[in-house]
Write a protein that binds this ligand. Structure first.
Ligand code: PLP
Length: 403
């Protein structure tokens, strides 16, 4: 990053802060890397780009260009994917907040639709009898039961999917079997563990296969969901995940089934950086300086849980004296809008910039419109040039909704 573009002469120092920077080559590297790892093991694979993880329309469209499906979890996201150019059969539709209209549109159009709410059963019954439709079901997974080492406590249950234990999964399967025009075509087993360990996928697939056998299901696909690390040093690789999937699938002769993944974090974290500028510096007591920047924790840490970041400081003055404690803070009036602390580092001054790396997952989609509206986004193209792909929001954007 930071290369000077000769053609348009926009270098990183010309970017207007605060802003996100979307690195297209890095995005492609993740998608291509995951796909090649899966293709080594399976003939039939699909990658669903998890729209909720980063719903920047430019990225959603890029994911399509790179051969992804769109994985959506609400009627709003479904419509966003359609507007961004995804055909019906290029959408994976999950989650409890499907609308009836978009649910029927997706099923009729040949999308991958994984049932999550019981009302969807009633909608299915309204489909005409003169043709066949495919449907999938999400299976409920309790991580403590299938992989205690990856569980968060003794009972890491889930509120998603239909439970085999309670008998509701069997009920749904039987209801689907009773409908002559509906075919159960797939199983969805998404869960994200803190460990993001490949071992968990080996075990959750083994569990899913036991369920497939128990009900004698003949499926087109198994949708393993998301929850993976991206390309990161000393972490599991895409190959490790593909290998983990292949152990149970091969053992049970299911390696011809279509394998779907829905990576969010793995594809979106590393391609996005966030650039902010120091707008003011204050000395509070003899030892502490507060550095105010035009970014906010709301931009890159919406859950307010991070204590540090992968960051670069771009100083204008290379001879700045050392300061003992500098607390780098955001632009809002929240007292706790403090991002990180520098100890015994060169003094920051207005105009200096901070570039935060790896901040594309669950940041932009969770930012509130608090005090300073959404920042602009630049794309860094393959040729090293930057272009603005989303302008900064302004007050008049909020007025659009005013009645
Ligand atoms: C959130 C979500 C994903 C993406 O999860 P990551 O942990 O970001 O990979 C995939 N599938 C479904 C159904 C989700 O809800």
């Amino acid at each position: 990053m930071g290369k000077i573009d000769v053609a348009s002469n926009i270098s990183m120092s010309d970017l207007q802060t605060p802003c996100f920077i979307f690195d297209e080559a890095e995005f492609a590297r993740g998608i291509d890397g995951f796909r090649s790892a899966l293709k080594e093991k399976f003939r039939n694979v699909s990658i669903g780009y998890s729209v909720k993880t980063n719903s920047l329309p430019y990225a959603i469209r890029k994911a399509k260009e790179l051969g992804c499906m769109a994985e959506v979890v609400s009627h709003d996201e479904y419509q966003l994917a359609r507007i961004c150019g995804y055909a019906h059969n290029e959408i994976i539709y999950n989650g409890p907040i499907k609308s009836k209209e978009t649910f029927l549109d997706a099923v009729s159009g040949g999308g991958i639709v994984n049932m999550e709410a019981k009302r969807e059963m009633e909608w299915l019954k309204e489909l005409p009898n003169n043709r066949k439709y495919n449907i999938g079901i999400r299976l409920n997974i309790n991580i403590s039961n299938i992989s205690p080492e990856d569980a968060d406590g003794e009972d890491d249950n889930s509120r998603f999917g239909f439970s085999d234990e309670s008998g509701e999964f069997a009920e749904i399967v039987n209801e689907i079997k009773s409908l002559s025009n509906i075919r159960l075509a797939g199983l969805h087993i998404h869960r994200t563990t803190h460990s993001r360990s490949p071992r968990f996928y080996e075990r959750s697939l083994e569990y899913a296969i036991q369920v497939i056998k128990k009900y004698h299901l003949d499926l087109d696909y198994i949708d393993v969901g998301g929850g993976y690390f991206g390309i990161f040093p000393n972490k599991p690789t895409f190959k490790d995940y593909a290998d983990a999937f292949s152990v149970p699938l091969l053992a049970h002769g299911l390696d011809n089934i279509k394998v779907i993944v829905e990576p969010g974090n793995a594809l979106t974290a590393s391609p996005f950086a966030f650039l902010t500028e120091v707008i003011d510096v204050k000395q509070i007591d003899t030892k502490t300086r507060f550095v105010t920047t035009d970014g906010s924790r709301n931009d890159i840490d919406p859950f307010f849980r991070k204590t540090d970041y992968i960051k670069e400081i771009i100083s204008r003055d290379n001879n700045s004296p050392t300061e003992h404690i500098q607390i780098v803070a955001g632009c809002t009036c929240l007292e706790y809008d403090r991002l990180f602390t520098l100890y015994d580092k060169p003094r920051l001054n207005p105009g200096d910039r901070i570039l935060y790396h790896n901040v594309g997952a669950y940041t932009m989609t969770l930012s509130p419109q608090f005090i300073r509206l959404w920042p602009r986004v630049y794309a860094l193209g393959y040729d090293g040039t930057y272009k603005e792909v989303r302008r900064a929001s302004r007050a008049s954007d909020i007025l659009l909704f005013d009645k």
